[in-house]
Design a protein around this ligand. Sequence first.
Ligand SMILES: Cc1cc2nc3c(=O)[nH]c(=O)nc-3n(C[C@H](O)[C@H](O)[C@H](O)COP(=O)(O)O)c2cc1C
Length: 348
Amino acid sequence: MSAPVTIASRFADLLGITHPVVQEGLGPYRTVRLAAAVSNAGGLGTVSIPGVSEEPARGAAILRGYIEETCALTDRPFAVNVPVGTAADGEVLPFSAAYVGAVVEAVRDPEIARRLRMITTSAGPPGVVRPLIAESGLLHAHKVGGTRQAIRARREGADVIVASGYEAGGHTHARPVHTFVLGPSVAAAVDCPVVLAGGVRDGATMAAALALGADAVALGTRFVASRDNTDWHPAYARRVLAAREGEDITFPAIYGPSRALPSRGVDELAEIVAGGGLDLAALTAWKDERLIRAQRDGDVDGGILPAGQVSGAIDDLVDVAEFLPAMVADAAAVLAALNARTRPAPPA
Ligand SMILES: Cc1cc2nc3c(=O)[nH]c(=O)nc-3n(C[C@H](O)[C@H](O)[C@H](O)COP(=O)(O)O)c2cc1C
């Protein structure tokens, strides 16, 4: 057997990890075991928030519990993802402030700070929570779906940009810019490490992302369908494996479009929104409950199942400890094989 390889990356150097591979935030779901498995495999796992409709203090306490549990399962670096919600006046919403506060508070404990190295904000612009993060010692990544947002996030203090293409699972972006177009534009526009997400599933797609200028890749849906994702009902991963190419949909998910697999839950949400009977808070709580129902109870019909377009191309469950280093080795092999095809062009 050949010696394990990795691919040099300023992102991996910054985080102190072996492989430039991230398991991205998968809220409102518990990702403690998955995050630990990815970090233990040499990548960067991400703990996710329990939901946006959770009472802020209770949500913060649950998140703190997740962070402590993850620390008990891995000695390696990991991250936490917090979507940033803002009110019409630009003020940060209480749930986001509480979750960011919980992360910043957690790294006051040196045992946690040794492992919890990065916070990844997403959704709204990062500037509103930047003062909370700036003095914490945490690296700050921000997820964007457009080049202008990337430039703004960098200007507002983000250390890392996660660029996620429109094909990504979960909340996607108002403007449908796909990974192949977004990656090179963001990589050219900012001077910090760029992590590319949306459609990455194997060595070939990782090699493609690196060729587009990314320093690292982030995967969501691929890791959902892994044997290490034991915090989720197995029916969720089975539904991802069963998804056919092009079956995924985007739907108006209250705060913007979200990509998911079709379900009665998605249809019912549309009916409730059209009926206009619920206010924003009740609607958000209803949606969170249907999201959780899919993951906790395996209700793939009445639940809502965020998943990327890549779900139509995933047909096996993987073991993270084997999959992750093999994906990196495959990416290196793809890049070497392409390089070996270089030859002088015949004279014109
Ligand atoms: C089930 C699920 C839940 C997600 N929840 C979040 C979230 O809470 N916050 C966030 O920033 N992104 C979320 N995402 C997006 C992922 O972090 C990641 O950007 C995306 O999955 C990458 O695209 P891929 O699915 O093609 O790998 C979610 C994605 C999925 C599939």
